[in-house]
Write a protein that binds this ligand. Structure first.
Ligand code: PHE
Length: 454
């Protein structure tokens, strides 16, 4: 956020600033951790196909809608949705549900981010000792108690401090500089993984869909991932939209963000699955897939422990950008009316997130490992409820507000603000927001929860 606009709110500086900031929120653990992990536990290429279709048919239009509503209202998510349709304050519910999602996501996201930071440290220590990471590193870290909690607390303290001090601008710069490096390192991983004997089974696994694998729960998981990936359905992109300058071309920016984000996920998949097959591992390796596979790939290269460290350093940077955008949703809401100062809001939010996060983290250990709600431990439950329930419902409501209730004229005026967009852009985007996205979301949700049978 580099300048202050008329109302005294923060604003992203330029078109490139808007792209980098939005991408900074989108790229994170979703690409390198969740995409491979879900692909592996949902049977491979059929899931990837459903995910890609979901990004194009549903994710992209909703991303445009969120940026558009955010910029039009220049408010945080709760206030924006409460005021966007005249006399229908009820839509503020989208913002409230978004706050809940932000807390649920951060609860498990900071646990995983803690593992990433721990891996920086552990692989650096191993590199100095001239060794590779031991095989049991992940299970003893994630299944521990104090160790993962300490990393999680550290991650949350750092992210809250970044928000409190208002230095997200510095983070954006760091992200902009380091993101290309992450891309290069992923490509190096890809080359190493793809040249291992037996690697091509992994490419088939990722890209040769077996359509019989598509079930109701695979479709919901793919839909949920497309929202999680692009930070949609919960107000993050609405909030970031409120910082976009008037001249930003919302639709082309959204296309570029979705494209870049998807490329990063596919590159991560192209490193992990070939390696999993080459090493005779299990694609359905669960949340540990990234952490167990990446060090193995690098161990087959000179300087492996060093590269592993760099990989996790870059992954932590990407993670910070996403976490900052998650915390920003409640913080922007608290500071909007000037009742709470930013540092106070950041501390309160960070502390509450840690309280909830403790449950997620300890559900991986013996302490809360046997506690089940709706058949799931807290970590899985928070993930499931946010991605597979709250984000799709939020996105559905956003599509309805933007497509049906906002009105064609105001929609078009905002979309074309500051530049002359092609008139057909409005037509196409509105058609997606009115029909394609709501119908798909509704059908996938109802089918996934067994209310209708396709
Ligand atoms: N998009 C981020 C990722 O894929 C996660 C995120 C979800 C960020 C929702 C903000 C809001 O890692």
């Amino acid at each position: 956020m580099t300048s202050t606009n008329k109302k005294g709110r923060d604003a992203f500086a330029s078109g490139l600033g808007a792209f980098a900031a939005t991408l900074g929120s989108a790229i994170g653990l979703g690409n390198i951790w969740k995409f491979p992990f879900l692909t592996g536990s949902n049977g491979g290429a059929a899931f990837v196909l459903a995910y890609l279709l979901s990004v194009v048919l549903v994710g992209l239009p909703v991303l445009v809608a969120e940026h558009l509503i955010g910029r039009k209202m220049r408010l945080d998510a709760v206030h924006a949705y409460g005021a966007v349709v005249p006399k229908q304050g009820i839509w503020a519910a989208i913002g409230w549900a978004g706050l809940l999602s932000a807390f649920l996501i951060m609860a498990f996201y900071t646990d995983v981010a803690g593992w990433v930071f721990a891996y920086v440290f552990k692989s650096a220590v191993a590199a100095f000792g001239g060794k590779a990471l031991g095989a049991g590193t992940f299970s003893s870290l994630a299944g521990g108690t104090w160790e993962p909690l300490a990393w999680q607390a550290g991650v949350l303290a750092m992210t809250s401090a970044i928000i409190a001090l208002g230095v997200s601008r510095g983070i954006e710069k760091a992200t902009k500089a380091l993101m290309p490096l992450l891309l290069i390192l992923l490509v190096i991983c890809d080359i190493r993984a793809l040249t291992l004997p037996g690697a091509f089974a992994g490419v088939d696994y990722l890209f040769k869909p077996d359509l019989s694998k598509i079930t109701g729960s695979v479709l919901i998981a793919a839909l949920g991932l497309s929202f999680f990936k692009l930070s949609l359905g919960m107000g993050t992109m609405t909030t970031y939209g409120s910082y976009l300058p008037d001249g930003t071309r919302i639709a082309p920016n959204a296309v570029r963000v979705a494209l870049a984000d998807t490329i990063v996920s596919l590159l991560a998949g192209l490193a992990i699955f070939p390696a999993v097959f080459a090493f005779g591992g299990q694609p359905a390796g669960g949340p540990g897939l990234l952490f167990n596979t990446i060090p193995l790939i690098f161990s087959r290269m000179p300087g492996g422990a060093f590269f592993t460290t760099i990989f996790f350093v870059l992954a932590s940077v990407a993670t910070i950008g996403a976490m900052v955008s998650l915390i920003e949703v409640p913080v922007a809401w608290m500071v909007e009316k000037g009742r709470v100062k930013r540092p106070v809001a950041a501390c309160l939010t960070g502390t509450a997130m840690f309280a909830l996060g403790t449950l997620a983290t300890l559900s991986q250990s013996a302490v809360l490992g046997s506690v089940r709600l709706f058949g799931k431990g807290f970590f899985d439950l928070f993930d499931f409820v946010s991605s597979n329930v709250l984000l799709p419902i939020g996105a559905l409501a956003i599509a309805v507000v933007a497509g049906w209730l906002l009105g064609r004229k105001p929609f078009e005026a905002e979309l074309r603000k500051g530049h002359a967009a092609q008139p057909w852009h409005t037509k196409v985007i509105l058609a997606f927001l009115r029909f394609v996205a709501p119908v798909l979301i509704l059908v996938i949700l109802l089918n996934g929860f067994g209310i209708i049978r396709l």
